[in-house]
Write a protein that binds this ligand. Structure first.
Ligand SMILES: Nc1ncnc2c1ncn2[C@@H]1O[C@H](COP(=O)(O)OP(=O)(O)OP(=O)(O)O)[C@@H](O)[C@H]1O
Length: 711
């Protein structure tokens, strides 16, 4: 009950104020009654509006602003109506006044009780934070639009010129009707037609130029945002991509950037155009008939409220539909990418059902969205129809009593029809701008994200020996922080040596490689290259000196030449071919129809697994590394080719090799073998030393985990 005190006090105050002001004015200056009522209404509106803001979170009272809005306008509108229909009467009695206020007040409470059940609402604090964030995003977007200021200024000038032209067209239409229905004069008629044509042609030209320039700014802002965003994304650490869905990232890049930039160019274009048109149309309407203009205000609050309610729920549903569509296309993409697996498990029907379920969800959301839209259109049409009936009725009275001509009435109706559209567009676009700027939050979130593994090192020495050292390294993956993948690991890779990493599956071999590549950063300990921590070297330098060939190397769509030279600008032909020769790829490449210019297909699909591994090895060698990491990189090669490659690699002076392999022949020749189990370094030494010890290595040999070379 306490919560109702303030609204009730305001209600009583408002009723008394209405009653008093109307009586005073009627008593002392009855001829100014209407003007005074409008004045009181307009003064009350901001004052009571501010009070209503404080009541937003009060249960039952969040629609109090509707009440305030209605009450501020009801008195002046009522009197305007009476005046137009020529039946002036005393302001209503205090009881009448109180009754009408109470009815609206109770209606608002009922609305508030029902509304949360139909559509859940956010609280005021959340809304305040969101609108603050949207404002900030909007200004940030403005900054990004700076380079387009010339086009935007041009667009604003054309916008104004187009509007001036458009504004006069209905006016001249009315004039033509008046000329035709009264005393016809050819010269005046031709003059009106001529002006109408001039305004139509010039405004069309200006409107076209305006639209073109706005669209230009829109697409250039979208492009700029996409470039910035992409740049920021590719600098993120690997863990970011493991924990963020691909669909999320691509939709930020494609849809959100476009939506956000629309907030500036396209939407501001529409808002300004509509706002100026609204002002212009209402000025014309006032000049034609101020009485009828005031009458049209009856529909304004209803249109405004309907549009606002519709916007918030429609926007939410639109977002849900978009997310659902993105999920369906992710599903389809995943199926196409893994079509071989689907085929080999005969899971076609299952996949089809999964896709159907996802589409069904989209369909249901779309139906809800369309239902909300249909309801909205119905309400808007009813409001429009009622206004037009009231207008025609009062207009007929005004024509009858000689206040306006038929032509002016036609002009007025034409303007009025436009004005309704403008108010709706204005409310819709204002919310669209804030929502678009809201989508900016997601874009800016990625744009501002600092990678957790920083690439800010600045060391790139001319000489590097290539000595690597793991010093008490402990590491857990960010997605599983409580499970250590490596525990207190220490080892050294001397320059020019061959080291093998072996151990049962899940032992931590690939994790060591990932840390060396700086995909992640260890939580404890250091990884040193020539006694200096890896993070001190520049990103480019480190990855030219430490190269990785993974078990399933990724090739990019393009030629073999492009794949081998990937990441190296203008690689000399000699360097390219030398790398291919050392990787034993030269022979099969030269046998191909287009030699090094042969296309490898999507992800290298047109090459065999062994050929892909050799191209990937050539790609690593092309950058002349000091440490080459081979993570089961020759698993798809026959023993002979693998042996040839090993021999060829040993001829490269100063190259250290870190090999993860399951073949005994590869491992046993290593200078040092590191045995990892459960994230711990459990043994190390040469093959000869390790076979003498009882331990994991021997177990692996007996368990055939380390296969013989020819197997
Ligand atoms: N991206 C990841 N996120 C979370 N945990 C991971 C990730 N990659 C590996 N792990 C976990 O870390 C541990 C070590 O994995 P790692 O891939 O280093 O083993 P491995 O010795 O290379 O195994 P394999 O011989 O099977 O390739 C495992 O328990 C694994 O489940």
């Amino acid at each position: 009950m306490v919560k109702l005190q303030l609204p009730l006090i305001v209600l009583l105050l408002d009723v008394s104020l209405n009653y008093l002001s109307a009586h005073l004015v009627y008593k002392y200056c009855p001829d100014k009654l209407l003007a005074a009522l409008w004045l009181v209404g307009l003064i009350k509106f901001p004052v009571l509006g501010t009070v209503s803001l404080r009541l937003r979170d009060t249960p039952w009272m969040s629609s109090y602003h509707i009440y305030i809005f209605t009450m501020c306008l009801s008195q002046p509108l009522y009197q305007t109506l009476r005046l137009i229909s020529h039946s002036p009467e005393l302001p209503k009695s205090f009881q009448h006044n109180l009754q009408s206020h109470l009815i609206v007040f109770l209606a608002c409470m009922l609305w508030d009780l029902l509304l949360p059940h139909i559509f859940p609402k956010k609280n005021a604090k959340q809304e305040d934070n969101e609108s603050k964030r949207r404002r900030e995003n909007f200004f940030r977007l403005l900054k990004y639009s700076k380079p387009d200021w010339l086009q935007l200024s041009g667009a604003f000038i054309f916008l104004t010129l187009a509007l001036i032209g458009e504004m006069f067209i209905p006016y001249y239409m009315g004039r033509v009707i008046d000329i035709l229905s009264t005393k016809y004069s050819e010269s005046i008629f031709l003059e009106a037609i001529l002006f109408m044509a001039i305004f139509s042609i010039t405004s069309s030209f200006f409107a076209g130029s305006r639209g073109g320039l706005f669209m230009f700014s829109h697409s250039s802002l979208t492009q700029r945002l996409r470039i910035f965003l992409f740049r920021s994304l590719v600098q993120q650490e690997i863990a970011f991509f493991e924990t963020t869905k691909t669909g999320d990232i691509t939709s930020r890049l494609s849809q959100d950037t476009s939506r956000v930039s629309r907030a500036i160019a396209a939407n501001v274009n529409i808002i300004l155009r509509t706002l100026v048109k609204c002002i212009g149309v209402y000025s014309f309407m006032f000049s034609l008939s101020w009485q009828l203009t005031l009458l049209t205000f009856i529909s304004a609050p209803f249109t405004w409220i309907t549009q606002k309610v519709y916007n918030s729920y429609h926007q939410e549903l639109v977002q849900k539909v978009q997310d659902s569509i993105a999920r369906s296309s992710d599903l389809a993409k995943e199926m196409i990418e893994s079509v071989r697996t689907v085929y080999s498990f005969a899971a076609e029907e299952e996949e089809a059902k999964r896709y159907e379920k996802s589409l069904q969800e989209t369909h249901e959301l779309q139906t809800r969205r369309d239902f909300v839209r249909a309801l909205y259109l119905l309400v808007i049409r009813l409001i429009n129809l009622s206004t037009q009936v009231a207008l025609l009725y009062c207009g007929q009275q005004l024509i009858h009593s000689g206040y306006i001509t038929t032509g002016k009435m036609v002009s007025f109706i034409l303007y009025q029809m436009e004005s309704g559209d403008y108010i709706r567009t204005l409310v819709h676009m204002l919310s669209e701008v804030t929502h678009s700027a809201g989508a900016g939050h997601k874009v800016f979130h990625y744009l501002d994200r600092e990678p957790l593994v920083s690439n800010k090192g600045n060391l790139c020495p001319n000489n590097l020996r290539g000595k690597v050292e793991f010093k008490n390294v402990t590491f857990s993956y960010p997605s599983r922080p409580d499970v250590p993948a490596l525990q207190n690991i220490s080892f050294k890779l001397p320059p020019g040596s061959v080291t093998a990493l072996v151990g049962p599956s899940g032992g931590g071999k690939t994790t060591c490689v990932s840390l060396l590549e700086r995909f992640y950063e260890p939580q404890v300990g250091d990884i040193l290259l020539d006694e200096i921590p890896l993070q001190e070297y520049t990103h480019q330098y480190l990855h030219s000196k430490v190269a990785l060939v993974a078990q399933e190397p990724v090739l990019f769509a393009g030629t073999i030449r492009e794949n081998i030279g990937y990441g190296i600008q203008d690689i000399p032909e000699k360097q390219l071919k030398e790398a291919a020769r050392k990787a034993k790829a030269d022979a099969f490449i030269t046998e191909m129809e287009k030699d090094y210019d042969t296309d490898v297909g999507d992800s290298g699909a047109q090459l065999s697994a062994g050929q892909k591994q050799r191209v990937a090895l050539a790609r690593a060698l092309a950058r002349k590394p000091k440490l080459l990491i081979l993570d089961e990189a020759s698993s798809c090669l026959d023993a002979e080719t693998e042996h040839e490659i090993q021999q060829s690699l040993q001829t490269i002076p100063g190259l250290s090799l870190l090999i993860i392999a399951h073949r005994l022949r590869t491992v046993q020749k290593a200078d040092n073998i590191l045995v990892l189990e459960g994230g711990n370094l459990v043994q190390q030494g040469t093959h000869e030393e390790l076979v003498k010890e009882e331990g994991v290595y021997k177990r692996l040999l007996h368990g055939h985990l380390l296969q013989n070379g020819d197997q």
